[in-house]
Design a protein around this ligand. Structure first.
Ligand code: DP6
Length: 327
């Protein structure tokens, strides 16, 4: 059987940084995100008896090396959990360019998981279990399985660490206006970064306070309270970057342009514009605003010297199966 699935990337408002268990990707704290509409990864998986190894074609190019190995490890895990022995042909395309400031591992591992399970014909695997399986490939992928605004409960075991939707995509018309500062490939990826989080003496304090920020952010989203939302989202992003900068070795993702955008966003908010910033493991700044403000924010960002491109995305839905067929 062959199945195709589609999943959106997501942007975290309460960040996942550091694991209690790196192997199972049990995070140090629970996190919150929204899916990004219009951006997606589409992946086809065929479990095939006529091949002697897994194959991966990414955006039209056959992969070898680390990208293939990470997918193979995920397929090994799926084979164990789904009781399969066949190897897989995997073909995946992103409709957004790599290096455009949008992490692709969340949508990639969400789509791979949903397609792999659908192609196995196992109808007994529910959404919650799909989020657990996606988590094993990439932590943030668990949040790309359910739709809209999503919470990932850290839990303390494979069973208790899963994601679910806290509000559907039409709950609040927020937009992520991404200020692209650099498209260079990042030097240190998230997986390596998570492993170094505990070397910062600040990580204990960040994690101790994370449940409170989680509750503040969730309440603000449910109440559509932008003022509270903006404060906690920026504080949480700053805290994660403080950990990165004080880890051993230190990780600096901010560039001068990132600082300039963050500074501008703060001053635009003091003028009365509903906008706040958050940054992931890269130099690009995600400016989160209400839909009415998106065009204005985009225009202002495009005028800034360091901003090389701007992309916008509204709130996206759940990962879905696009097609299932028998070969
Ligand atoms: C900074 O999910 O990419 O984007 O589990 O190793 O694949 P792995 O890491 P990943 O980490 C995401 C880190 C972040 C914050 C977030 O999305 O919560």
């Amino acid at each position: 059987m062959e199945a195709t699935a589609r999943a959106h990337p997501n942007i975290a408002f309460i960040k996942y940084w550091g694991n209690r268990d790196d192997h199972l990707r049990i995070p140090a704290n629970s996190s919150i995100s929204m899916n990004l509409d219009g951006l997606s990864t589409e992946t086809t998986v065929e479990w095939a008896d006529d091949i002697a190894a897994d194959y991966l074609i990414l955006n039209g190019t056959a992969q070898t090396g680390p990208a293939l190995e990470r997918v193979q490890r995920h397929l090994d895990m799926l084979r164990r959990r789904l009781n399969l022995s066949a190897y897989a042909r995997v073909e995946s395309t992103n409709n957004f360019p790599m290096g455009a400031g949008i992490a692709s591992s969340a949508s990639s591992f969400a789509a791979l998981t949903v397609a792999g399970v659908a192609a196995s014909g196992r109808g007994d695997i529910d959404e919650r279990e799909l989020t657990r399986l996606a988590r094993l490939g990439s932590g943030s992928a668990s949040r790309s399985v359910p739709g809209g605004f999503v919470e990932w409960h850290s839990g303390d075991s494979h069973e208790t660490s899963y994601a679910e939707s806290m509000a559907p995509e039409n709950h609040w018309a927020l937009v992520d206006v991404i200020a692209v500062i650099s498209t260079a490939h990042k030097a240190v990826g998230s997986t390596e970064g998570h492993k170094s989080a505990s070397t910062s003496v600040l990580q204990t304090a960040r994690v101790a306070d994370a449940a409170l920020r989680f509750e503040q952010c969730k309440r603000a989203i449910l109440d559509r309270d932008f003022v509270t939302f903006a404060e906690v989202v920026e504080r949480d992003s700053n805290l994660m970057h403080a950990i990165m900068m004080t880890s051993r070795p230190p990780l600096f993702y901010w560039l001068p342009g990132s600082l300039e955008v963050m500074e501008s966003v703060r001053s635009w908010r003091s003028e009365g514009l509903d906008v706040c910033y958050t940054m992931d493991a890269g130099p690009n700044v995600h400016c989160i605003c209400t839909q009415e403000r998106a065009a204005e924010i985009e225009t202002r960002l495009r005028q800034m010297t360091y901003v090389v491109d701007v992309r916008t995305a509204g709130v996206g839905g759940a990962a879905s199966v696009v097609r299932v067929s028998k070969r």
